[in-house]
Design a protein around this ligand. Structure first.
Ligand SMILES: Cc1cc2nc3c(=O)[nH]c(=O)nc-3n(C[C@H](O)[C@H](O)[C@H](O)COP(=O)(O)OP(=O)(O)OC[C@H]3O[C@@H](n4cnc5c(N)ncnc54)[C@H](O)[C@@H]3O)c2cc1C
Length: 293
């Protein structure tokens, strides 16, 4: 099917983009990589009268890595971020999860910020942003604001972004480096075919002390709740692996659809929790001296 008619806008700067968004309000949609928006238009699930194409906007394609983590501009493609060694060093969950996002051709065009703005609870990077306690920065003619992931995702494909706001960047906190502790991360998902949206996916971050005792274990889930879900599993894991798996199974809230039943997704959440938690803890314990991965 063809998309409904729209007026195309091609701003060259953030100021131009937010000026158009301010004028068209809820009649407008930002077009980034188009990998989610164009299918939505073609299927006539949305009919915005104006598309604000940001692909020629200057200065949105930067990746900044510093002591606080990784900040990416709105035009950074999944592939660009996946192949950025410094970003992966600062936060290993980024490449671990990004390599599971769709297929290479979609990653070449789709933007990571676009997938966050799309707020799909089946998206790998929404769950990683939530698990890390990251944030997005949005700009409009009213000014800029930074929104924590916990306050950003409010429902399936629903965020607290206003129609006139442009997400200019997203921030993924880096590995926590505290003296006497080491961290490990892991990501795993099950999809019917490689590149499909996951039936369930889990990201884990573990932190251990110098003796290898577990200090912290948190997991982020995708495709098993209406918004990206984060579970604190430290005490349960220290009790037993079985207790942590049970907490995960009870904590998720999956739905049935044509791809899988809710019960199957719940079962996957338990299996994958055990898998990523073991890997993340083992990595944390194998780090010689504050080198996390
Ligand atoms: C076959 C297929 C398989 C896929 N599989 C996966 C998968 O497994 N995991 C996954 O996470 N994704 C998957 N995707 C989606 C892909 O990751 C998209 O790239 C991503 O969701 C959207 O990024 P985009 O740049 O293409 O955004 P667009 O499609 O351009 O926009 C998506 C939405 O976000 C809004 N938006 C985009 N950028 C901004 C911004 N800067 N400010 C405000 N609003 C903005 C748009 O208005 C629109 O509503 C798949 C896509 C396809 C076609």
């Amino acid at each position: 099917m063809k998309p409904p008619p729209f007026t195309w806008h091609g701003p060259r700067s953030v100021d131009e983009a937010i000026a158009v968004l301010g004028e068209v309000g809820s009649e407008g949609k930002v077009l980034a990589g188009g990998q989610s928006l164009l299918p939505v238009l073609a299927m006539r699930l949305a009919a915005p009268a104006h598309l604000v194409d940001i692909n020629a906007v200057e200065g949105l394609d930067t990746i900044t890595v510093d002591a606080s983590g990784v900040t990416i501009g709105a035009l950074v493609r999944h592939t660009g971020l996946l192949r950025h060694p410094a970003a992966g060093n600062a936060q290993p969950l980024i490449p671990q999860a990004l390599s599971c996002v769709a297929h290479a051709t979609i990653r070449n065009r789709g933007t990571t910020v676009g997938s966050l703005a799309h707020a799909d609870p089946s998206g790998e990077m929404t769950s990683v942003l939530a698990l890390l306690g990251g944030s997005i920065t949005a700009q409009s003619t009213r000014g800029a604001r930074t929104i924590a992931a916990a306050d950003f995702f409010v429902g399936p494909l629903e965020s607290t972004l206003a129609p006139d706001e442009l997400v200019v960047s997203a921030h993924f906190p880096g590995t926590v480096r505290e003296p006497g502790t080491t961290s490990g991360t892991a990501f795993a998902e099950i999809a019917r075919r490689h590149g499909d949206y996951a039936l369930c996916g889990v990201a884990a971050i573990a932190r251990v002390d110098a003796g290898g005792a577990l200090l912290s274990l948190r997991c982020g889930y995708l495709s098993v709740s209406e918004v990206p879900l984060v579970l604190e599993l430290t005490d349960a894991w220290n009790d037993s692996e079985r207790a942590a798996v049970e907490l995960a199974r009870v904590g998720v809230d999956p739905s049935s659809d044509i791809h899988a039943t809710a019960e199957y997704r719940r079962s996957l959440a338990g299996v994958l929790t055990a898998r990523v938690a073991r890997t993340a803890i083992a990595k944390a314990r194998s780090v010689p001296e504050l080198r996390a991965g």
